[in-house]
Design a protein around this ligand. Structure first.
Ligand SMILES: *Cc1c(COP(=O)(O)O)cnc(C)c1O
Length: 435
């Protein structure tokens, strides 16, 4: 009897299949060959039928030539750091695709001359914050702070190399990233004032002097100190006669009534901040970026610093940022402002659909949060599909992966962080995990 393993099709024969030839055009030869080798190994081991090997290869092919996978965020955490923070809006995704080719990022098509890099995104940001005399965009908020420290606290002729900062604002953002260490790495000196819970205007005033580069206000975006606390606001600090730079973190450009304690760029500029720095991929809902907004002379000085080049953003970021600012509300904004009743109705209809498939699913109330992106302590009423706990792993390892959260022995899928368009995707994913 012939060894069935000898009938396993050769790689070149498999590659000639139109479906795999098409995959090679889309994904390149190495990825397709890797999937073929894996399927041949499984056929040799008797795990799959060698006659269906092409089907297995097609099913195992990645969706794109990148190992990054699209994930459905059903955690109820709006800005989930491990899931890439803000998802881009469809408009921003389209802009990224267009900008990915040859593009006029630094070229004026009317005159045929070189033009200011990313001018569309910069104009959109300036329009979004009319109180800023000038704006600049760098790689992330950490880069914006680095550029401020390098530009305004490096001594020079004026010997201004100190950054005055409250002890209550020496914060760690996440994954070991500490703002004071970042600033100190530039050679600037940190002049710490006040205490963890209370810092007064007099503390700042006593520290400000000929060596002060700027006063830095950092928003504690991922924790709250409550009780016997106080700290002067930007308006009071602005009277000290040195620039006040405010790191707001989240990227709110205007006040949001849902987030009364979250600082925003417009309010702080009006209060007298010389510069505001912020992230692009938290509450703003855009791409990873660092925003610098404020006084024209300071923004220009930062922009012209030799290190600015090393911190600049690519055309894809510029395109996504512009479309986030000019286009329809991005997913983070939609999720933040979702009507809890509408979320509950979506959960009810999903649960009804799943009950029809024999799934042990119930509708439960849930609490969503903004997440690492800001607004600690803010609870957003939400609703979730509650499933037996074993669904957590099954859904996470499915295609597309769905990430929920396990709470009190159940796997919860919070729909506030899921786009309405993805409800069907979720239903199908749970159904696949059930059979
Ligand atoms: C998130 C955050 C940062 C860091 O921003 P990145 O864009 O991740 O570099 C800095 N400061 C504050 C207050 C933040 O919340």
């Amino acid at each position: 009897m012939a060894d069935p393993r000898r009938r396993i099709p050769r790689t070149d024969v498999l590659l000639a299949d139109p479906r795999l030839a098409d995959a090679v055009r889309r994904l390149g030869t190495p990825l397709v060959k890797a999937a073929i080798t894996a399927a041949q190994d499984r056929a040799r081991a008797g795990e799959i039928d060698h006659e269906l090997i092409t089907d297995h290869v097609v099913a195992a092919l990645p969706a794109t030539a990148s190992a990054l996978r699209r994930v459905v965020n059903a955690t109820g955490v709006l800005v989930h750091t491990n899931l890439g923070r803000a998802p881009l809006s469809p408009a921003a995704l389209d802009a990224v695709v267009a900008a990915g080719g040859t593009t006029d990022v630094e070229f004026d098509l009317t005159t045929g001359q070189r033009a200011r890099r990313g001018r569309g995104a910069l104009a959109a940001l300036a329009d979004a914050v009319p109180d800023a005399e000038a704006v600049h965009v760098v790689n992330n908020n950490a880069a914006a702070l680095l550029l401020c420290a390098m530009t305004f606290a490096q001594g020079g002729e004026a010997r201004r190399n100190e950054i005055v900062i409250s002890k209550g604002e020496l914060v760690e953002i996440g994954d070991g990233f500490r703002i004071p260490e970042l600033l100190a790495a530039t050679g600037a000196r940190l002049r710490e004032v006040g205490t963890t819970n209370r810092t007064s205007l007099a503390d700042y005033a006593a520290a400000v002097g000929a060596e002060t580069g700027f006063v830095l206000k950092v928003h504690p975006s991922n924790f709250q100190v409550t009780g016997f606390t106080s700290a002067p606001g930007v308006a009071e600090l602005a009277g000290l006669g040195v620039p006040v730079i405010a790191d707001i973190g989240s990227g709110l450009l205007r006040p949001d009534p849902l987030l009364p304690d979250e600082p925003d760029a417009t309010t702080l500029l009006r209060a007298g901040a010389a510069l505001v720095t912020a992230s692009g991929d938290k509450l703003l809902g855009g791409p990873q970026a660092g925003l610098l907004l404020g006084r024209h002379d300071l923004v220009e000085a930062a922009r012209r610093h030799p290190a600015a080049r090393a911190l600049r953003v690519g055309k894809l970021t510029m395109a996504a940022l512009e479309a986030t600012l000019r286009g329809p509300a991005p997913p983070v904004h939609v999720a933040l402002h979702a009507d809890p009743a509408a979320v509950r109705a979506r959960v009810a209809s999903l649960v009804a659909g799943l009950a029809g498939l024999g799934v042990d699913a119930t509708a439960v109330d849930s609490v969503a949060v903004v997440g690492g992106g800001g607004a600690p302590g803010v609870e957003l009423p939400s609703a979730a599909v509650s499933l037996p706990p074993e669904y957590a792993v099954r859904l996470r390892t499915g295609e597309p992966p769905v990430v929920g959260r396990v709470e009190r022995g159940r796997c919860l899928l919070d729909l506030r962080t899921v786009a309405t368009d993805d409800d069907r995707v979720l239903l199908d994913a749970v159904a696949r995990c059930t059979s």
